[in-house]
Design a protein around this ligand. Structure first.
Ligand SMILES: Cc1cc2nc3c(=O)[nH]c(=O)nc-3n(C[C@H](O)[C@H](O)[C@H](O)COP(=O)(O)OP(=O)(O)OC[C@H]3O[C@@H](n4cnc5c(N)ncnc54)[C@H](O)[C@@H]3O)c2cc1C
Length: 376
């Protein structure tokens, strides 16, 4: 029976990107997903905009913008057919937000231009505020990008129900591997990963057929893509949810469509298809990449952790188990950099960047979580 170097559970953008970079480094990889490649998760619903983050220079902004620079170059070099560099206009939500844009300008590191409201009107964007145009940003075709990542990589449609680690091997039904990567999005039922605080945020997208001549994408409270092959994508994530999301009949899109209509001329838009999905975010909005702490063993060995005990060494991890998750509203921005970091860690032993290593959340969870009240 074949033993893979790595099995990855989840064929959204996180799993596919991890698989791509591990395969590039010569590992034998198998990807499993219960529903298909980018078929139902956050990656199926994503508008898949790839743009920088604006703000006042937070650490999350600088990581996001590093990831953006990496992703943009990576997509253009390896998968230009699935990444359209349409440019993305970041439009202030309201007057108050517009005032902040002059502050944000000092922290913009990506190529951009300030567009006046009159210039926006000329390209078909209705009355708005002065906005940033990030000309190197663009939009991925989410499922095609995920499929392209998996080219030459073994894939099986398979729902993982249980995982066993025995004699240095992970066993999932008939499959075996030395290492396991969980890229399961908002669902984490296999191990105690409460400390990562993964939560789902539900969103929807509509693809509209239209002849509107719009060659730039934009984001206000919602995203409206450029017209690519006669289709404009309108989408947003908005609601915190814990229940599994099902494909809807387009009802939640009505509100999004009204907002889109205030942004561009939607008079000939005809709804072609709707998508719903959950994206998963971490407690602090940074991605989650790296090993998984053996929580029960840590609490057995250090029962005073919930009362503030300090650790003298790194927390104990489950053997050969990794997570790539928590990509939030920017899965298509973060995934290539996360995939590369994971491969550098697994193949070269390079330390995972502390900003994304889930260890950062463990002690705080031990001290604050109501789940551990009995230890206090
Ligand atoms: C409406 C919407 C718009 C968005 N717009 C953007 C955007 O413009 N730009 C951007 O960068 N990001 C965007 N996002 C966010 C982006 O979609 C997510 O960050 C990204 O898809 C997360 O990818 P993932 O691989 O972590 O999770 P997912 O895509 O959810 O993939 C997880 C996979 O794991 C599989 N799985 C789970 N459990 C099991 C199991 N037990 N066995 C087998 N398979 C399993 C699921 O079937 C699923 O395919 C948007 C999200 C939504 C919902």
């Amino acid at each position: 029976m074949k033993v893979y170097d790595v099995i990855i559970v989840g064929a959204g953008i996180a799993g596919c990107s991890s698989a791509y970079f591990l395969k590039q480094r010569g590992l034998e990889v198998l990807v499993l997903d219960r529903s298909g490649v980018a078929a139902t998760g956050g990656s199926s619903a994503a508008g898949a905009f790839v743009s920088p983050k604006i703000g006042k220079g937070s650490s999350l902004q600088s990581l996001t913008n590093e990831a953006f620079e990496f992703a943009k170059k990576f997509y253009l070099e390896h998968f230009p057919e699935h990444f359209k560099q349409t440019g993305i206009i970041r439009i202030p939500k309201d007057e108050k937000d517009a005032e902040k844009f002059s502050i944000y300008e000092a922290f913009n590191s990506s190529s951009r231009e300030l567009l006046k409201t009159e210039e926006l009107e000329e390209i078909g964007i209705k009355k708005s505020f002065d906005s940033f145009l990030f000309d190197e940003a663009g939009v991925c075709d989410a499922p095609k990008m995920c499929e392209a990542f998996l080219n030459g990589i073994e894939y099986e449609q398979y729902e993982v129900k249980s995982l066993v680690y025995e004699r240095n091997r992970w066993k999932i039904g008939k499959f075996k591997a030395k290492k396991l990567v969980l890229a399961t999005g908002y669902e984490n039922k296999f191990f105690d990963m409460r400390y990562m605080g993964v939560k789902g945020t539900w969103g929807s997208r509509g693809d509209y057929e239209t002849s509107l001549n719009l060659d730039v994408s934009m984001h206000k409270q919602i995203s409206v893509s450029a017209n690519i092959d006669g289709i404009i994508k309108v989408g947003a994530t908005h609601e915190k949810e814990i229940n599994t999301c099902v494909r809807c009949n387009g009802e939640p899109l009505k509100a999004l469509f009204s907002v889109a209509s205030l942004m561009v001329d939607t008079s000939d838009f005809k709804l072609k298809e709707t998508f719903c999905g959950m994206r998963s975010g971490s407690k602090d909005y940074f991605p989650l990449l790296g090993g998984v702490i053996d929580v029960s063993e840590m609490l057995d060995e250090h029962p005073k952790l919930p009362r503030g005990e300090r650790l003298k060494k790194a927390p104990k991890k489950m053997e050969n188990l990794y997570v790539c998750n928590g990509l939030g509203g920017r899965g298509f921005v973060f995934a290539p950099l996360m995939g590369k970091m994971l491969a550098d860690n697994i193949v070269d032993g390079k330390e995972i960047d502390k900003r994304v290593n889930p260890d950062r959340l463990f002690l705080k969870w031990c001290r604050k979580s109501e789940d551990l009240e009995s230890y206090r």
